[in-house]
Design a protein around this ligand. Structure first.
Ligand SMILES: Nc1nc2c(ncn2[C@@H]2O[C@H](COP(=O)(O)OP(=O)(O)OP(=O)(O)O)[C@@H](O)[C@H]2O)c(=O)[nH]1
Ligand SMILES: [Mg+2]
Length: 215
């Protein structure tokens, strides 16, 4: 069937461009982190906090969104290099879009590049961007069954952040259940339980990012 052929081509082309992006990151000694996650789970907040906590590193960001520039404007307030990318109708970034965004990021003056993907737990999983690490964020407010409902993205992730633990009781969510579900899907996942409001779990996350930067 033609449809299958076209799909395969799209993924193959994406993988090829992702390989080029990865080589570019390696050549400039940039650690690129693809941040995937549900809508409103805390992706932009994560970049804001990491910028504050990783002061010894030069940070840059790519902010992916369907149509708006709200997140890129928010991140520009950090006075770091930021490139917004609108995907139009697409629900994910792809390697080609990222490669164009990279033309506007000063990689020579960047240590860590955060790439905020479009908010959802489905489409971003299929598109390698060339980033060395993939992080997925969910928050307790999506419901504590959100991980078992969307298993695929966790197979393609190096780390999981379970965020907004400060409101877990208020939304009747079990953080332990979410952690157990994730471990069943991918036993290699690094799991961080955080609150970007109170700062819980943030030091562990900062340490992990420093470790992977030095790998
Ligand atoms: N209570 C609480 N609120 C949080 C936490 N982290 C983020 N928020 C709030 O949740 C809302 C969404 O956070 P963002 O960082 O914009 O989430 P996002 O994933 O970037 O959202 P989209 O880009 O729209 O998908 C904001 O109002 C944040 O202040 C947290 O740990 N606890
Ligand atoms: Mg955002």
């Amino acid at each position: 069937m033609h449809v299958i052929g076209v799909d395969r081509d799209i993924f193959e082309i994406n993988r090829e461009i992702a390989r080029k992006n990865r080589k570019l990151f390696e050549r400039h000694n940039v650690l690129a982190i693809n941040i995937m996650g549900a809508i409103g789970s805390g992706k932009t907040s994560l970049i804001e906090i990491m910028h504050k906590k990783l002061g010894e590193f030069k940070i840059a960001a790519i902010a992916g969104d369907v149509v708006s520039d709200i997140d890129s404007k928010r991140l520009k307030r950090l006075t770091i290099p930021v490139q917004g990318v609108n995907t139009g109708k697409e629900c994910h970034l792809d390697a080609h879009l990222v490669s164009h965004a990279l033309e506007r990021i000063p990689l020579r003056e960047t240590d860590i590049l955060f790439i905020e993907n479009v908010g959802n737990l489905i489409c971003p999983a299929d598109f390698d961007l060339g980033a060395q690490k993939n992080i997925t964020i969910v928050s307790v407010s999506e419901g504590d069954d959100t991980i078992e409902k969307h298993p695929m993205i966790f197979l393609n992730s190096d780390a999981l952040i379970i965020n907004k633990i400060d409101i877990a009781n208020a939304v009747n969510a079990s953080v332990e259940k979410m952690e157990d579900d994730a471990k069943k899907i991918n036993s290699n996942l690094r799991i961080f339980k955080t609150s970007m409001k109170t700062g819980d779990g943030i030091p562990e996350l900062v340490e992990w990012i420093k470790e992977i930067k030095n790998e």
